[in-house]
Design a protein around this ligand. Structure first.
Ligand code: FES
Length: 83
């Protein structure tokens, strides 16, 4: 199980947290990996990035994600992480 936390803290929220969450949710459905990934919202991850901060808890890493790079983030770190 991979845990993805998307920051919904105020700085990230104005940069589009909910758009990023919605897109990740659709990609999870599209790839039918609902049983392998847990998606949740989180408060300020303590490291505000230029875009929306998204952490993969098992990797202990924080990525800067926007609607422009969410698809490549997902392919590389989510699909890559569960395979
Ligand atoms: S508000 Fe999102 S990491 Fe700080």
């Amino acid at each position: 199980m991979l845990t993805i936390s998307v920051c919904v803290g105020s700085a990230c929220q104005i940069k589009g947290s909910y758009d990023v969450i919605n897109r990740i949710q659709s990609l999870i459905k599209e790839y039918k990996i609902e049983d392998k990934v847990k998606l949740k919202g989180a408060f300020c991850l303590g490291r505000c990035t230029p875009e929306v901060s998204v952490s993969i808890e098992e990797e202990n890493k924080i990525y800067s994600v926007s609607t422009d790079n969410v698809d490549s983030f997902f392919k590389e770190h989510v699909l890559g992480g569960i395979n």
